[in-house]
Design a protein around this ligand. Structure first.
Ligand SMILES: [Zn+2]
Length: 343
């Protein structure tokens, strides 16, 4: 594999040279969230197409990678480097928070929200990486028996060895093999990576005990993202973020199709929209793939703007600063956190 220095370079090689986009990628004619045949082309990013549902405003990559491409996508240099050089060293140096995908405030708020409803039982974290979230839960909430499901073997092996967390190796959806149902099932920064997320969530609901909880944390594609940012939103990262939800098209299928009860929902992180998105500068920005221990993720931006554009850039930056609070109240933050109960 070529030796990439940045995420965009690796995406280009992975999707076009190795996985031959769009040949053999799966294309659908319906909305993966509401299942209606009401989709329309929306925009392109890195030469890959996203579609939008005219009924529920769900935004998704189409065509999307087929299952046999997942190994290449999630064993890419970027993913492995983030785990090896950022997340694992942080754990080994006992730093309080290791995950790159989910912030500590979300861990805290999710634990608080669950604790108000349940005090014990089986807790399964699906796609939980090196186990930092479950480790947090163990240190703050002793009543739960913790299980991790993680398809990346290196991450799962680290979680088992470092934290002593039980990793479920058989298919978690096959109750006959695991012998388990769960009182809490959490999906933190997971469903945005899944191309038919509602079908996947249906399988998750089946293995939750009655009165048990499903916890979801996922990026939020806000109204202003849809109207103004489009592909400039930093949550649009093909082929990784294939499913972009808002609070309505996330909650609705879970409540109406699966009969779940929404117990709590809140937004977190920074604002989903920023005025600078209007300039669609993401093509100038990239992320450096970490190369040594304890490196932080570094965004690289090469903005050689002409004077006129530089002036606009300055104005938009000022608008972002001056209107930050108003945007937060009117358009909201960039992560959705939701807790559902299975009736
Ligand atoms: Zn839809």
């Amino acid at each position: 594999m070529p030796d990439f220095k940045t995420l965009n370079g690796e995406i280009k090689y992975l999707c076009f040279d190795k996985l031959a986009y769009p040949k053999n990628w799966r294309e659908i004619s319906y909305c993966p969230a509401c299942k209606k045949q009401s989709i329309t082309y929306f925009f392109e990013k890195f030469n890959m197409s996203y579609y939008k549902c005219k009924k529920c405003n769900f935004v998704f990559l189409n065509p999307f990678p087929s299952e046999d491409m997942f190994y290449d996508i999630y064993n890419s240099r970027y993913y492995n480097s983030v785990r090896e050089f950022i997340e694992i060293p942080k754990v080994l140096m006992s730093k309080p928070h290791a995950s790159v995908s989910v912030c500590n405030d979300d861990y805290l708020a999710i634990n608080d929200s669950v604790s108000k409803i349940l005090s014990g039982g089986n807790w399964l974290d699906v796609g939980g990486g090196i186990g930092s979230f479950l480790y947090y839960i163990r240190n703050h909430n002793e009543g739960f028996k913790l299980y991790l499901s993680e398809s990346n073997e290196r991450s799962a092996e680290f979680a088992e060895r470092q934290f002593g967390i039980e990793v479920l190796k058989p298919d978690i959806f096959d109750e006959n093999k695991t012998g388990l149902r769960f009182n809490v099932l959490s999906l933190l920064s997971v469903i945005e990576h899944i191309s038919e997320p509602i079908d996947f969530l249906e399988k998750c609901v089946r293995i939750i005990q009655p009165r048990g909880l499903m916890v979801i944390n996922t990026p939020r594609y806000s109204l202003l993202n849809r109207l103004l940012s489009k592909e400039a939103s930093y949550n649009v990262i093909p082929p990784y973020h294939v499913s972009l939800f808002n609070e309505k098209n996330l909650v609705r299928p879970l409540v109406e199709r699966f009969g779940l009860k929404l117990k709590n929902i809140w937004f977190s992180g920074q604002n989903a929209f920023s005025f600078i998105d209007i300039m669609h500068l993401s093509e100038f920005c990239d992320v450096k793939i970490p190369e040594k221990n304890d490196e932080n993720l570094m965004t690289l931006c090469e903005l050689n703007l002409r004077p006129q554009k530089r002036l606009v850039y300055g104005i938009l930056r000022r608008l972002d600063k001056n209107f930050e609070k108003i945007i937060k109240v009117t358009d909201g933050k960039n992560m959705i956190n939701a807790v559902f109960e299975k009736i």
